[in-house]
Design a protein around this ligand. Structure first.
Ligand SMILES: Cc1cc2nc3c(=O)[nH]c(=O)nc-3n(C[C@H](O)[C@H](O)[C@H](O)COP(=O)(O)OP(=O)(O)OC[C@H]3O[C@@H](n4cnc5c(N)ncnc54)[C@H](O)[C@@H]3O)c2cc1C
Length: 715
């Protein structure tokens, strides 16, 4: 059966079949087999018209892009010029944007050209005009009222000459210069740009440009933005004038940004100090028709704590420790208390927060809302497993007290509920007993990702913390090589001077690096290295230096846990574009394969992560959990104006890999998920339960953030 999806294929079929039809008619007519001819021709025409319609639909849908014909290949234009008929690409009048419109037209034998009927997509009525009379009409045409009456017929178009400005435009309807550019929509599927790309190496390709430059004065269409995917609206920076109708005092307006620096928004920022303030602000927002986005210390990478054009309830001033029991290691805090405040308050009594992130500057409220994990996640679970209870103020002002026994469903949903069900106003934490301010650390150099995963698995029982640094630049057999740090608490008696190591001042990170360099300016010195060459050098040097220092050592809790805080504001070293982190969580038996593919893909796309971190996790009982019984790989990518689109396209590919492996994502780090990918990773059943709770706690949708709008768009 004849099939064609491209217009060129359609042209071949129409032309060839017209010839076959004419020959058959002559021979069968002579034989007096008129009936047989009619039946056969009707069937042929019905099939051909279907084929043409399919080709036309494919063209409209962009699937059947016209291919450049090979020399000697039967093409519509040449064929029409010889009077055989065919489907031709044609330049229509310029559309509103000055772009030459493109339509197909069917050339009849003799060079007559049929215009498609306005608004009609079915072109079957265009066929069969060559027959001598109504008796030759297939039944289909008779039912439609017969063939269209044609005027004398348009002359066949002349072949464009080489050098003619329109030469080269005809096949795609675009200027030849534009045609050479990869389509932005698909460019992310191609590999990294090489010198084969004319944009990168114009001099090498200058001689190949065939089309003459456009005439002076010709208005050139603006260069399309170099984005491989169109960024969704919420990723655009909000402009105060366009988004804020000023329902609240203008001096409340502030531009706030995600920690990664890639997203920011202007909001009306309020910083309450009491629960009554919080209630009043919720009422205020409601009365002005604004939504409220909660914000702790703003350490989430993306848009989790942004609420463009609306109200931002910043809880950083609700930062009092409400109670401390040094016997039990139980602390009650306001939501704005930071992890730093918690450990500084408790460590002298021999307690340490059971779960801490990579920075000590997150708030307890924000950490609970994201249900943060530490380097000991496989062993002790997320922060939520160490929260005894909390109080949550709902948008209607009611305060709910939740624990594992009191409102357990809300307890397991608000923790990890990214501030969408209510605002924590107080939380009770259970801390971990420690007998020393030091940890015993074992560095393990590993030559590949597989070896790193094996090193983790071997140490799951003896270690209390495990974290792996991955060199994103290593390739081949060394892909995923790096350094694992396994740490364990010191048992009583192992630290010769626990009173000293447990002092908060001993734990404080030094304000100087290497004893001479103020840590606060170190990010400026890092800046010249935050490019591909520099980071390749840094990663390689780090790996080889680590191979020379394999001895175990002792480190403070803070030194080990808060590595990132040694250099304050280090993310600024990456430049004004900031960074995104892609953290994927997959089951243990799939981790090696998925993460290997991720690293290879990033390298192939020319977007190498400057930092990679591997952790081990376990699943937990929280509704919006990100954890699985497996591993996570966090990859940090520098964002620039030039690579932003390609980066988001890469993230989409990485996200798909994770979904295919049944993995999960972490909203605190996310900047790139879509509603579909998020739903696929979490599962519809969990999402439905979350939506039901959201309706119950916040029926009017008062609590919202940019992240929420991104992943839960209004129906
Ligand atoms: C350098 C660095 C390293 C990190 N390492 C880790 C890590 O190892 N493990 C890990 O899990 N995370 C890590 N993170 C992420 C960080 O722990 C989370 O983003 C955390 O949620 C940040 O807390 P925050 O107080 O800054 O909250 P924000 O970022 O301000 O807010 C986070 C979310 O909490 C909500 N929220 C804030 N306050 C409240 C409240 N009172 N009630 C209800 N909801 C509220 C907000 O609406 C938002 O959705 C890291 C971040 C950085 C910058």
């Amino acid at each position: 059966m004849l099939r064609s999806r491209s217009p060129w294929g359609c042209a071949i079929i129409v032309g060839a079949s017209s010839g076959i039809g004419a020959a058959l008619a002559r021979r069968l007519g002579e034989a007096g087999c008129r009936l047989a001819l009619l039946a056969r021709r009707e069937a042929e025409l019905a099939h051909l018209s279907d084929t043409i319609n399919r080709g036309a639909s494919a063209l409209r849908a962009g699937r059947g892009r016209p291919r450049r014909p090979r020399p000697g290949h039967l093409c519509g234009r040449r064929h029409a010029a010889r009077g055989r008929g065919g489907v031709q690409p044609r330049e229509g009048p310029a559309d509103g944007r000055g772009e030459p419109a493109r339509r197909d037209r069917v050339a009849e034998p003799g060079g007559r050209v049929l215009r498609p009927l306005a608004g009609g997509h079915d072109r079957r009525h265009l066929l069969g005009g060559g027959g001598p009379g109504a008796a030759w009409q297939p039944r289909l045409l008779r039912l439609q009222g017969g063939p269209r009456r044609l005027p004398g017929g348009a002359p066949a178009p002349s072949r464009a000459k080489r050098g003619d400005r329109r030469h080269g435009e005809a096949r795609t309807g675009r200027h030849a210069d534009e045609r050479r550019r990869p389509s932005p929509a698909f460019s992310h599927l191609r590999g990294p740009r090489s010198t084969a790309d004319p944009r990168r190496c114009p001099s090498r390709h200058a001689g190949r440009v065939r089309a003459r430059p456009l005439a002076p004065g010709h208005v050139r269409h603006p260069e399309p933005a170099p984005l491989a995917v169109r960024l969704p609206r919420h990723l655009m920076v909000a402009s105060p004038s366009s988004t804020l109708p000023d329902p609240l005092p203008a001096d409340r307006r502030e531009r706030i940004s995600g920690w990664g620096g890639t997203m920011s928004a202007v909001s009306y920022v309020y910083r309450p100090t009491t629960v009554e303030d919080v209630r009043a602000i919720l009422e205020l927002a409601q009365s002005r028709g604004l939504t409220v986005g909660l914000r702790g210390a703003g350490r989430s990478y993306g848009d989790a704590a942004l609420n463009a054009g609306n109200l931002c309830l910043d809880l950083s001033l609700m930062n009092r420790i409400l109670g401390w029991d040094p016997e039990e290691g139980v602390m009650r805090v306001q939501p704005g208390v930071t992890i730093r405040q918690v450990w500084r308050h408790a460590i002298a009594d021999g307690w340490w927060p059971a779960v801490v992130p990579g920075t000590m500057f997150t708030s307890v409220g924000g950490s609970a809302a994201m249900n943060i994990h530490g380097k000991n996640n496989w062993k002790v679970g997320p922060l939520g497993d160490h929260i005894r209870d909390f109080e949550l103020i709902l948008p209607n002002g009611r305060i709910e007290r939740c624990s594992r026994t009191e409102q357990p469903e809300l307890f397991h949903a608000a923790i990890g509920g990214f501030g969408m069900l209510g605002c924590f106003t107080s939380l009770t934490l259970e801390l971990k007993r420690v007998h020393s301010g030091l940890l015993a650390v074992e560095p393990i150099v590993v030559p590949s990702l597989g070896a790193m995963i094996a090193a983790f698995e071997e140490r799951l029982a003896p270690a209390d913390y495990l974290v792996g640094w991955v060199d994103g630049f290593a390739t081949g057999a060394h892909l995923g090589r790096g350094l694992v740090h396994a740490a364990r608490y010191l048992p009583p008696g192992e630290d010769p001077d626990p009173a000293r190591s447990l002092r908060a001042e001993t734990q404080d990170l030094s304000a100087m690096l290497l004893g001479v360099l103020p840590a606060s300016v170190a990010w400026r010195l890092m800046r010249p290295f935050t490019n591909r060459v520099g980071m390749r050098f840094v990663n390689t040097a780090h790996y080889h230096l680590a191979r020379r220092h394999r001895n175990g050592y002792r480190d403070s809790h803070t030194g080990f846990a808060f590595l990132f805080d040694h250099v304050p504001d280090w993310q600024r070293a990456l430049g004004p574009g900031g960074l995104i982190q892609h953290q994927s969580f997959v089951a243990a038996d799939q981790a090696r394969e998925v993460f290997t593919t991720e690293l290879r893909l990033a390298q192939r796309r020319g977007l190498v992560p400057y930092l990679g971190v591997l952790k081990r996790h376990r699943s937990d009982a929280f509704l919006m959990t990100h954890a699985v019984d497996g591993f996570s790989l966090a990859l940090d990518f520098k964002v620039t104006q030039r690579n932003r689109g390609r980066l988001w396209a890469l993230a989409a590919e990485l996200n798909q890999l994770v979904i295919d492996a049944g993995g999960r994502f972490y909203l605190a780090k996310d900047s790139t998920l879509t509603p579909g990918t998020f739903a696929a990773s979490l599962g519809e059943e969990r999402l439905a339960r979350f939506r039901a709770l959201k309706r119950a706690c916040d029926p009017e949708g008062l609590l919202a953030t940019d992240l929420y709008r991104r992943l839960f768009p209004a129906p």
